[in-house]
Each structure stands twice: as structure tokens, then as C-alpha cells.
Ligand binder design. Structure first.
Ligand code: ZN
Length: 344
């Protein structure tokens, strides 16, 4: 397969006779993700549609005040959450500022942790401070650093977030998931091969070159927070998908506190952007492969999910689940234009 980065948009025309009797053409863009080669679709005719449940930012969910029932609220967090094994974290939990990190009671892999931001039980999207996100990221980095030392084979790592149950969050209390395993996830496995093969055939790094293309094109580029470079994804696999690339950094161990803070700043700005669209749910992901292969750079992916509100439709339909092509409605160039307001 050709390893080069190719940005392809193929417009497809659908024709029908409208109810009024006139023949109508509707344009669908089929875009190919230059990194994964996966196609996604932008159904441009739906851009003006106001989704049910997104006319205004939804009200807080019913359990927004139920601190006493929450295992992540103090004081019960110390009784209801597990502790790390002694050789990994002798004190059982990692503390950084107001952030607390402990193992997931229901793990998904060999190392499966939860990193709280603070003791605030419900946080409206876009209202968290950069400091609590920085500290929670730093806690994740410390956890991963310890795993790196004690289990050098567990190189497939990730930091993720499911903000609100519509994005998969099982507890309202905001938190990150931190993951490490010896066995790659599908995306780790693909990116590992793709970045290494790209480096071998071109002599340069995949995300550095992707970023260079996007900076030169300009249409999807949003701005910076420190060394992080932000842009709308060329071929989105979620609504209003935004990437933050940290060019040249292939290991989290090279990041300083300011790099984590600048990642936090980009996340909060993206949240404020989603809030402006009356969206209250999103996913975040940062995948790391700590095997010393110097080809896969750090990239954060953030995308809006269906709102957490009554009777809202899910954003994954038969099209996404069965055909495997994400269909969104907003061209990434428009996403970038709207998001730039939050980088000023
Ligand atoms: Zn809570």
C-alpha cells in the first residue's frame, strides 16, 4: 500500500425529485483519512439541522447533586475505590494537587486506572480550570511512568475521557481513564505499524508531515497552546473532531509540566467550543506506544458525542455501526472556523 499522506475529498451527488416536484441534487463528501485510509462522509445537506436536545445546553442531569451516592466524592472515595498494588504505588493512590488516581474497580486491561480531577461531583462542560486538568494528566503520567519501570512490556498506553454517560461515562463525577497493556488495542496496533512504516519509507514522522500539510493548507488549522498544534480532523470520525499534535514527541516521558498544562488548555478550549454548540458530551483520547520506536508522535483526539439529554438520538447509526463510515454534517473547514474563536 502507498504509505504517503494523501488528502482526498470525493464529492458524490445524490439526485431525487423533491416533494414540490423539482429535481434536487445533494452533495455528500467522501473523505479519506490520510493516516488510517478509512473513509468518512460529510452529508452537507444536513448542516442546517438543529438536533433535538441541542437547542440549548441541556440542564444538569438528575444526579448532579447526589454526592452521597457517588463513589468518587469525598469522603467515601477513600473507602469505595481500590488501591494500587504495593510495588506500583506504595501509598495505594497517587495524589497531585486535587487529583486522585486509583485503579479501576472494573479493569479493561492489565493496568486500568481512574484519575479524578478534584472533588467536584458535576462539572458543566467548559467550566473546569486548566489546573485540575493539568494535575490529572500529571497523575496519569506518573502512573504510566511507574508501569514503564515495573512492567516494561506494557507499552500500549492511553489516556481517555468519557464526558457524561452519552459518551460512555458510567459515573458523572469527571475523571480520566489511564490504561496500559502488553497487548495492543486495534488502534494502537494500526498506528504502530503505520507510523513505523511511514518513517522507514519517507525518513520523516507521520504526524509531523500531517501537521505540515495542514499548516500549509490552513483550512482546518486552528491554533496552538504552547507546542501543541490544533486542527479540525480532515476526515472526521466524530462530530466536530479536533486533533492536537505535539510534533517531535514520541514518548510521554519527554513532556514537562508546561506541556501537560498546554494540553489541558487545548482540551478546555475545545470544551468551550462544544459548549457554544450546546453540546455537553465528548470523548478524548491520547494513545502512546512506549516501546522506544521513535516514530509515533503524540496526538490528542477530541470529538463531540450525542448530547446527554432525554430522547436524543445516538450519533452512531446503522451507517456507522454496519458500514463503518462515520457520517457527520459539518465540513471540517467550518469546524475549524468556529473553533478558532476559542483560540483567540
Ligand atoms: Zn462525585
Amino acid at each position: 500500500m502507498d504509505q504517503s499522506l494523501i488528502f482526498t475529498v470525493e464529492p458524490v451527488t445524490a439526485r431525487y425529485i423533491a416533494p414540490a416536484g423539482d429535481e434536487v441534487e445533494r452533495i455528500i463528501e467522501i473523505r479519506t483519512n490520510p493516516v488510517t485510509f478509512r473513509t468518512s462522509r460529510v452529508s452537507l445537506s444536513r448542516i442546517g439541522e438543529k438536533e433535538k436536545g441541542a437547542e440549548a445546553l441541556p440542564d444538569p442531569p438528575p444526579d448532579a447533586d447526589l454526592r452521597a451516592d457517588c463513589p468518587f466524592c469525598r469522603p467515601q472515595v477513600m473507602m469505595k475505590t481500590p488501591r494500587c498494588v504495593h510495588h506500583l504505588v506504595p501509598s495505594g493512590r497517587l495524589v497531585r494537587g486535587a487529583s486522585l488516581l486509583f485503579p479501576n474497580l472494573f479493569p479493561y486491561g492489565r493496568y486500568s486506572g481512574v484519575s479524578l480531577f478534584d472533588d467536584t461531583h458535576f462539572v458543566e462542560i467548559g467550566t473546569a480550570s486548566v489546573d485540575v486538568y493539568r494535575d490529572s494528566f500529571l497523575n496519569c503520567a506518573e502512573y504510566l511512568r511507574r508501569i514503564r519501570t515495573s512492567d516494561p512490556q506494557a507499552v500500549f498506553m492511553a489516556i481517555t475521557q468519557n464526558h457524561l454517560p452519552s459518551a460512555g461515562g458510567s459515573l458523572l463525577h469527571p475523571h480520566l481513564q489511564v490504561h496500559a497493556d502488553r497487548i495492543a488495542s486495534n488502534h494502537h496496533r494500526f498506528l504502530h505499524l503505520r507510523a513505523a512504516e511511514y518513517f522507514r519509507t519517507t525518513g520523516s514522522r507521520l504526524f509531523t508531515d500531517y501537521l505540515r500539510h495542514e499548516q500549509q493548507d490552513g483550512g482546518r488549522y486552528i491554533g496552538t497552546t504552547g507546542s501543541w498544534q490544533w486542527m479540525a480532523a480532515f476526515a472526521p470520525e466524530g462530530f466536530y473532531e479536533i486533533w492536537g499534535i505535539l510534533p517531535g514527541y514520541t514518548s510521554f516521558q519527554r513532556l514537562g509540566e508546561d506541556d501537560w498544562e498546554n494540553l489541558a488548555l487545548g482540551v478546555i478550549r475545545t470544551q468551550k467550543f462544544y459548549r457554544s454548540l450546546c453540546r455537553n458530551g465528548y470523548n478524548l483520547g491520547l494513545l502512546l506506544i512506549e516501546d522506544g520506536n521513535d516514530s509515533l508522535e503524540m496526538r490528542a483526539v477530541i470529538l463531540a458525542r450525542s448530547n446527554f439529554a432525554p430522547w436524543v438520538r445516538n450519533d452512531h447509526t446503522g451507517y456507522e455501526v454496519m458500514l463503518g463510515d462515520m457520517a457527520t454534517f459539518v465540513p471540517p473547514e467550518e469546524t475549524a472556523r468556529l473553533a478558532r474563536e476559542f483560540w483567540k
